[in-house]
Design a binder for this molecule. Structure first.
Ligand code: GTP
Ligand code: MG
Length: 316
């Protein structure tokens, strides 16, 4: 039930003074809704005001109390979003079965300018919304390995979403990592911050850039994958322990082994492939359009959604 903004307390009703309000409360009529469903005679008997005056008070209470009706579909939509972060666009949310999941790792891979970072920014804003509005009512830890964190861009998206941009930025903790050791440390030392600040989204943008530049050549591959594996395990553990969502971006390479179709494959090999609960392949289309393909998901069928990167964020 929603109430008329002007009438909140019993004392706000016409004819009900502090003494009669006190008497009504003592008799169990402690809020506007209870008065709205009471008979004027009851109210008069209890409070000592005249029946006429009581009738006016009950009528005012009725007017101040409105019922909100939701369709089954509206409720379904809200339920689907529980435990998920809205990606900003309906089509993409549907592809994801509601949004980016908590307790899971979502990976977005694709070429440069395909929108991986922009989607991350949108999630940084949306995770801060209340649970029934497509958020997780939580804050963000953002591991920036490519130096592409843009607070001004986040402000823009936050403002467009009707949120206070300063507050939104205040709720994002950024670590600029310039080596794999820093990247790993940022996650290993994150527990305290996550607990104390109610972090509900960890963004790693990008997962592989530093690993690729530090471990060059075939000889280093084994060592790289071992280090990467333990890093990803730690991320998984955070997701499980704190019911948070992990969103990581990934780079791609051309796989010469694929003769037909799109040869673009994410880097990181099996270690990354196995870790990601949901994998999204993003590619550029005309102008601001991007195609997002759901490549791997535990419970949703493969499919595609078209999104737009606008100055206001991700849209259908
Ligand atoms: P890499 O990190 O280089 O691999 O790319 P990415 O996939 O992370 O790309 P990103 O998410 O940074 O997307 C970049 C694209 O977003 C650009 O091509 C722009 O078209 C678009 N973009 C960024 N900011 C804005 C903006 O303020 N308004 C609009 N309309 N588009 C924007
Ligand atoms: Mg990027």
């Amino acid at each position: 039930m929603a109430k008329d903004k002007g009438i909140k307390e019993l004392e706000d009703l016409p004819g009900i003074g502090p003494t009669s309000a006190e008497k009504l409360k003592a008799a169990g009529y402690d809020d506007i809704e209870k008065i709205a469903t009471a008979s004027p005679h009851e109210v008069s008997d209890i409070s000592g005001i005249s029946v006429d005056a009581a009738k006016k008070a009950v009528d005012a209470a009725k007017q101040a109390t409105t019922l909100e009706f939701s369709t089954g579909n509206q409720i379904l939509e809200k339920r689907i979003l529980l435990g998920k972060i809205s990606a900003g666009a309906k089509g993409l949310n549907e592809l994801l079965g509601g949004g980016v999941e908590a307790n899971a790792i979502t990976e977005a891979y694709g070429k440069f300018a395909s929108g991986k970072t922009q989607l991350g920014f949108q999630l940084c804003v949306n995770v801060q919304r209340p649970v029934n509005e497509g958020g997780l009512d939580g804050k963000v830890l953002f591991i920036d390995t490519e130096g592409t964190f843009r607070p001004d861009r986040l402000e823009q998206v936050a403002k467009a979403g009707g949120m206070d941009p300063k507050q939104v930025l205040e709720n994002i903790f950024v670590v600029r990592a310039t080596s794999t050791d820093q990247q790993i440390l940022a996650i290993e030392r994150a527990d305290k911050l996550i607990r104390e600040s109610n972090i509900k989204l960890v963004v790693v943008d990008s997962l592989m850039a530093l690993f690729r530049s530090e471990f060059l050549g075939r000889g280093a591959l084994g060592e790289r994958q071992q280090k990467l594996n333990s890093h990803i395990h730690k991320l998984q553990k955070l997701a499980d322990t704190y019911d948070l969502a992990i969103y990581m971006t990934n780079q791609v390479m051309d796989n010469p082994g694929i003769l037909f179709g799109d040869p673009t494959t994410p880097v990181g090999g099996n270690v990354v492939a196995h870790a990601a609960t949901t994998r999204l392949y993003m590619r550029k289309s005309k102008e601001e359009k991007r195609i997002v393909r759901l490549v791997d998901s535990p419970n949703m069928p493969e499919g595609e959604a078209v999104i737009k990167i606008t100055s206001e964020g991700i849209k259908d």
